[in-house]
Design a protein around this ligand. Structure first.
Ligand code: HSE
Length: 414
């Protein structure tokens, strides 16, 4: 019998209970022993559940129980999750978590403590919910040099963008609908401002390239400034707007990593990832592009990944799974200003023609896009091969010419 404890009985925590109780027989076969929950930590009372007797409000009870060899952390947030996970690893208990905030902020440290104590710290559910991505990168693609990862890593924003693209709903209405359907939190700022996707791409980058990238070192833009005019111009250009988290290993050993809305060509696999689905493209030198697709959030998809990690822990009580990355290195993240980009720009001036004429003088080679529903005074164009620093300087020049830049969206090459 393998005893586990679950920290948190929210959406994912209750999903873990559900998966373990509805799939007991097959899980026991796969783990080669029965997995039993001994404690559930939550500050709230749940008096009417069939397993109400398992609840405790006292973390020390779990920490000091020698029967408990695996602790599942599904509380979310950094504190007290970090303190509890660290204490568990320092006290001989392997940990499984779905907490992307924790892994993105403390992954290197917690993996080191797990290694020092010959324990497992597994977090398949922290990126992509039910989509297998941590194990494929660390095991199945281990014979490759991964050169690049790009993904739609946030279901809430992908749902909003899909509604804007497919149904011409504006951002505010699409966000309200996402909240009504329970796809977006009451405070959706981490989603719409790109921070959630940033944590996930940092975890994937750390894993794929072996060095921790902290979210605060990543250029992050969300989708709050995207309008239906941008959606129209993207369509005329030949694609759709997606919130993309991307990381690329550069020849000099630095990584270029960012989260921002991007124009994705209609032919790209990522262009057809719609609604709350996630899609992650991993570029390997031997495999070429491998794409993972599925539900990136939700109770049962996320719980499925958590329970699979628990099974792996049970099967590897004595043999540690190899999962490790070093702590951050100085100058590892490339200077954002030096990175080259292709970009779509939407401007407004006295007239659309005047605005474009001024823009063309500053952005030689700019190609104008003709919107299907043009707005008075506006023009849209694309331009290639600028560094981010050049782009920022040229935007400032345009503003001096009384041309206002309404939006600037990068163009992807996948
Ligand atoms: N709010 C997140 C999303 C949940 O929409 O993807 C999963 O991390």
């Amino acid at each position: 019998m393998a005893y586990i404890a679950v920290l948190g009985h929210g959406v994912v925590g209750s999903g873990v209970l559900e998966v373990l109780t509805t799939h007991t027989e097959s899980i026991t076969k796969r783990a080669k022993e029965e997995i039993k929950i001994k404690h559930i930590l939550d500050l709230r009372d749940f008096p009417d559940l069939p397993y109400s007797d398992l609840f405790t409000k006292d973390f020390q009870k779990i920490l000091n129980d020698p029967d408990v060899k695996i602790v599942v952390e599904v509380m979310g947030g950094l504190h007290p999750a970090y303190d509890y996970v660290k204490a568990c690893l320092e006290n001989g208990k392997s940990v499984v978590t779905s907490n992307k905030e924790l892994v993105a902020a403390k992954g290197a440290e917690l993996l080191r403590i797990a290694q020092e104590n010959n324990l497992n710290f597994l977090f398949e559910a922290s990126v992509g919910g039910g989509i297998p991505i941590i194990r494929p990168i660390s095991q199945c693609l281990a014979a490759n040099e991964v050169t690049e990862i790009a993904g739609i890593l946030n279901g809430t924003t992908n749902f909003i963008l899909t509604k804007m693209i497919r149904e011409q709903m504006n951002f505010e209405d699409a966000l309200a609908l996402a909240q009504q359907l329970g796809y977006a939190e009451r405070d959706p700022s981490a989603d719409v401002e790109g921070f959630d996707a940033c944590r996930k791409i940092c975890i994937l980058a750390s894993l794929a390239f072996g060095t921790h990238v902290y979210p605060q070192s990543v250029h992050t833009e969300g989708i709050t400034k995207i309008t239906l005019q941008d959606v129209d111009y993207a369509d005329v250009w030949g694609g759709v707007i997606k919130l993309i988290g991307s990381v690329k290993m550069l020849e000099n050993g630095q990584v270029h990593i960012m989260v921002c809305p991007m124009l994705v060509h209609r032919g790209s696999q990522l262009a057809s990832v719609d609604d709350v689905f996630n899609g992650i493209m991993v570029r390997g030198d031997a495999t070429g592009d491998v794409v993972f697709y599925g539900k990136g959030a939700g109770k049962l998809p996320t719980a499925s990944a958590v329970v699979a990690d628990v099974i792996d822990c049970v099967k590897h009580f004595k043999a540690r799974k190899y999962l490790f990355w070093e702590d951050a290195k100085p100058d590892y993240v490339a200077d954002f200003g030096a990175v080259e980009t292709d970009v779509y720009v939407r401007v407004t001036g006295e007239t659309g023609d005047a605005a474009f004429a001024a823009a063309e003088a500053i952005f030689p080679g700019a190609k104008r896009l003709l919107a299907k529903n043009p707005q008075a005074g506006e023009a849209g164009f694309v331009v290639s091969g600028l560094t981010e620093a050049e782009l920022a300087a040229k935007r400032a020049l345009l503003e001096k010419d009384n041309v206002q830049v309404l939006n600037c969206i990068r163009i992807s090459d996948y």
